[in-house]
Design a binder for this molecule. Structure first.
Ligand code: AMP
Length: 116
C-alpha cells in the first residue's frame, strides 16, 4: 500500500469524487463510509493530508484534539446515545487501507471485543 498523501480522500475534500458529507469546517471533513461495517459508519478526516496517526507531529496537537471532539459531536448528532466505537487503523498491521488519517465512528449495534 503506497503511503503518498494524495489519496481518494484528497479527491473527496476537493469534491472531485462524490461522498455523503455529514460535517465540514475549516479543518476537518466527515462523510459516510462507502462500505459501512455498522448501521452508522462515518469517517472524520483532517483536511491536512497526514498519511497516518504515526505521522502526526507536535504542531498537529490542536488539530488532533479537534478531530476527536468533532467525532464526539458527530456521534451525538447521529443519535448514538447508547455508545459507539472510535477506531484509527495505523499502518499495515493496523489494517489501514487509505493513507490519509481518518477516525472511524461505528455505532448502531453492539460492538464486539477483541476486534479482528
Ligand atoms: P482504513 O481501512 O482504516 O484505512 O479505512 C478506510 C475506509 O475508507 C474503509 O472503511 C473504506 O470503506 C472507506 N472508503 C474507501 N473509499 C471510500 C470512499 N470513496 N468514500 C467513503 N469511504 C471510503
Amino acid at each position: 500500500m503506497s503511503e503518498t498523501t494524495e489519496t481518494i480522500f484528497s479527491k473527496i475534500i476537493r469534491r472531485e469524487i462524490p461522498a455523503d458529507i455529514v460535517y465540514e469546517d475549516d479543518l476537518v471533513l466527515a462523510f459516510k463510509d462507502i462500505q459501512p461495517q455498522a448501521p452508522v459508519h462515518i469517517l472524520v478526516i483532517p483536511k491536512k493530508p497526514i498519511a497516518k496517526l504515526a505521522d502526526a507531529q507536535s504542531q498537529d496537537h490542536n488539530l488532533m484534539g479537534h478531530l476527536l471532539l468533532t467525532a464526539q459531536k458527530i456521534a451525538e448528532q447521529a443519535g448514538l446515545t447508547n455508545g459507539y466505537r472510535i477506531v484509527i487503523n495505523n499502518g499495515v498491521d493496523g489494517g489501514q487501507t487509505v493513507y490519509h488519517l481518518h477516525i472511524h465512528i461505528l455505532g448502531g449495534r453492539q460492538m464486539k471485543w477483541p476486534p479482528g
